[in-house]
Design a protein around this ligand. Structure first.
Ligand code: UTP
Length: 302
């Protein structure tokens, strides 16, 4: 699938931050990136790449760090493996690891110190140049099997409304607002809401809504100057949400698109959420799902 199906023309590139330490998933992430942990049959970051390609975004910059080489290897050519699969007529498997259908160009750069998501995005400044771009978190999948078209809707909206930033948001239970960046909305419909402000991890009684930022953004390149102006937080990290908040304060047009029920965000950053996501994707597996469902029923049925 190519970008031709969508009206957005300019937004062809994405920055995918994958440099985080993943401390909440230790020891699993001691020497492997959390973005490479499998969810059913694929590593998490492969779903992200497939989603972007299906949304017309084909140039992808991974912001990596130490211990992240397996991400590069995953999307690279592996002639020995390809020959072995070819020789044994495993054509379908071969297709799955060639990634040709994605028609994607992969780029890599390194975040030298893990100084937060805002700092990771800043590493993509030269890549983005003067063009608007997508930011897709490497540890979040949108929709079961990544079948979300939210990024294309966001890109269309960005262009139609000459926005500075469009964020994806999703409803979270009101008692859980303290885990998320929460937006304050002025007006609009699910497909176009005007964002007045952002509050990072508010207590439920202080939350301006129950709409949480959900791992996908479209930005004008002006965000880079704003990131540079953000002061590090208590942990010394430069937060991307602070840069968006500066945009709001300066009257720039920040809009939000609400994810539909089918494209909910699976955040793999902590174990409960990772376990849940794995089970849900495994149950939906066309080949192994039914048998797995029976196993699960047997296990939970006692
Ligand atoms: P998280 O906020 O989950 O941080 O990152 P983390 O460091 O990966 O995980 P914990 O909190 O230590 O468990 C969200 C996304 O942003 C990337 C991560 O790789 C992840 O995909 N990230 C985060 C960076 O690229 N650089 C950073 O400095 C921080």
């Amino acid at each position: 699938m190519t970008g031709a199906r969508y009206s957005h023309r300019v937004i062809r590139s994405a920055i995918i931050p994958v440099a985080g330490l993943g401390t909440r998933l230790l020891p699993a992430t001691k020497s492997q990136p959390k973005e490479m942990l499998p969810v059913a049959r694929k590593p998490i970051v492969q779903y992200v790449v497939e989603e972007l390609a299906a949304n017309g975004v084909h140039d992808m910059l991974f912001v990596t760090g130490r211990n992240k080489a397996s991400i590069e290897n995953h999307f690279d050519s592996d002639p020995e493996l390809f020959r072995a699969l070819d020789a044994t007529n495993k054509t379908e498997l071969l297709q799955e690891v060639l990634f040709e259908e994605l028609n994607a160009n992969f780029f890599y750069t390194r975040q030298r110190q893990q100084q937060g998501l805002g700092d990771a995005v800043l590493c993509g400044e030269n890549f983005a140049g003067e063009q608007p771009f997508v930011v897709a978190l490497g540890d979040s999948i949108l929709g079961l099997h990544a079948r979300s078209k939210a990024v294309a809707r966001m890109a269309d909206l960005f262009e139609a409304r000459h926005a500075s930033c469009v964020v994806a948001v999703e409803e979270v239970p009101p008692e859980e607002t303290s885990h998320y960046g929460i937006v304050q909305i002025a007006d609009g419909t699910d497909d176009c809401m005007r964002v007045l402000n952002l509050v990072e991890k508010p207590a439920p009684e202080d939350a301006p809504s129950n709409l949480a930022i959900a791992g996908r953004y479209v930005f004008s390149p002006l965000v880079f100057d704003l990131i540079r102006r953000v002061k590090p937080d208590r942990k010394g990290e430069i937060q991307l949400t602070d840069a968006i908040q500066l945009m709001c304060e300066e009257g720039k047009r920040v809009l939000a698109v609400k994810l539909t029920g089918e494209e909910r965000r699976y955040d793999i950053g902590n174990f409960p959420s990772y376990f849940e996501t794995f089970v849900e994707f495994a149950l939906a597996d066309p080949l192994y799902g039914e048998a797995f469902r029976k196993t699960l029923q047997r296990l939970v049925g006692g």
